[in-house]
Design a protein around this ligand. Structure first.
Ligand code: CTP
Length: 403
């Protein structure tokens, strides 16, 4: 369900593309939820939707030309920029993307964009070849670097008659993304977080490794939630097929326990919170064969050596104001083992995953956790989606450590 957010002042930028007709639904969705909408539309955008429709739906005059005077004296691109809480460009054509990425201001919308200091969302819509064009991708990457939020187009039927990536995201989804953005409390704003996720792979020879079933879902969910709530996040992850969606997450890919150790120590120095959600291998082969090990006639014993316990290391180096959280994956004596890990590793929190709980642990989208805090507080969670579990863990940690 889309969360509610307080009424916001939204500028909806519309550019020339057939998806402009979908912007009408977007205006309705915003208006129905109590938000104020002002439309700024390009000349080409006006080829697809009429001023009368836009003005009727938004209940505001549209702005499309820098040189027409609609209101008592004001420089409109400046007053609009100040008025807005957020700017949403939907659809965003290759043209507006290119102009904004390169600082060109030659009409009402492009001029306004340069004057805005509020969050800007762009929902590109165009033919797949245009979308994949190197220049367009470079411009999108530049806009992300500038802090814009890009709402990626989806795959589906395009106006040119083929089915491919380039369709503007559906109005309902754009509405949900914007509403979610405002509904999130930015309680982690100003905090630096390091989160580890996924398994580690310990190589045996060029084709084999020792790994585990960790999917990385829990660590990724924690990183996303922290970033959505304002934290600066570094996510150090072992091999996983997952992608981050919040562009503000700095992702560091590692493979082995040793690489995870090195990167985690390097990035943890100034972190306010470190969460070790990764399933780090406890043992690694003593030597890595440079050639594939051939099958033997009898059994094979592989000498292993212990890896460094990263959480333990972090616990030794921990500064007073630094919050350190680890996970404990247990199959027996769960509470006792988790509490022991909390103490031994000098952590502030241990999140217990019991594989005995149905719907908890590896490979599934749900989890059920109990969180033990160093101060004695305990949070007993219910079996929920990992995104919700991440939110609950972080709320508990914030309350017990930072408030
Ligand atoms: N951990 C770590 N470095 C390791 C092994 C584990 O940082 N080499 C961290 C994990 O990321 C987790 C916590 O320690 O946050 C507990 O991991 P877990 O596998 O439950 O326990 P271990 O300490 O490895 O002990 P055991 O396997 O005996 O239960």
């Amino acid at each position: 369900m889309t969360p509610k957010s307080a009424p916001k002042k939204i500028i909806l930028g519309i550019t020339g593309g057939i998806a402009a007709y979908k912007s009408l639904s977007l205006i309705r969705l915003f208006k129905k939820s109590g938000h104020e909408v002002k439309v700024v539309i390009t000349k080409n955008g006006l080829q697809f939707v009429t001023p009368l429709t836009l003005e009727t739906l938004s209940q505001n005059a549209i702005h499309s030309d820098c040189f027409t005077r609609n209101e008592p004296f004001s420089v409109e691109h400046i007053s609009y920029a100040e008025w807005a809480d957020v700017v949403v460009i939907a659809p965003a054509s290759a043209n507006i993307i290119g102009k904004f990425a390169n600082g060109i201001a030659d009409d009402a919308l492009s001029t306004l964009l340069l004057a805005v200091k509020k969050p800007i969302f762009l929902a590109p819509a165009m033919n797949v070849n245009m979308y994949e064009n190197e220049a367009v991708q470079r411009n999108l990457a530049q806009l992300e670097k500038q802090g814009c939020h890009i709402i990626e187009p989806t795959e589906g039927d395009l106006a040119c008659g083929i089915s491919a990536k380039g369709r503007m995201e559906e109005p309902e989804k754009i509405f949900e993304i914007i509403t979610q953005f405002f509904a999130e409390k930015k309680k982690w704003l100003g905090k630096r977080a390091v989160v580890t996720a996924g398994p580690t792979y310990e190589p045996i020879d060029p084709v084999r490794f020792i790994g585990n079933h960790s999917s990385g879902l829990m660590g990724f969910a924690l990183a996303e939630k922290l970033a959505a709530q304002g934290a600066e996040v570094t996510l150090i992850t072992g091999p996983t097929a997952l992608h981050t969606t919040n562009k503000k997450i700095q992702r560091i890919d590692v493979v082995t326990a040793k690489e995870m150790l090195d990167q985690t120590l390097a990035y943890s120095k100034n972190a306010d919170i470190i969460i070790m959600a990764a399933a780090v291998a406890d043992y690694t082969p003593k030597t890595v064969a440079s050639e594939k090990i051939k099958k033997k006639n009898n059994d094979w014993e592989l000498p292993l050596q212990k890896t460094t316990d990263i959480l333990l290391e972090l616990g030794k180096r921990k500064e007073k104001k630094q919050c350190l959280a680890g996970f404990a994956l247990e199959t027996e004596n769960e509470t006792e083992n988790a509490k022991q890990k909390l103490q031994q590793k000098n952590a502030d929190f241990i999140v217990l995953n019991s594989l005995k709980n149905k719907g908890a642990g590896f490979k599934c989208n749900t989890n059920q956790v109990t969180v033990f805090a160093k101060n004695g507080a305990v949070f007993e969670g219910k079996c929920k989606d990992k995104t919700e579990v991440a939110a609950e863990i972080l709320e508990f940690v914030f309350k017990e450590f930072f408030e």
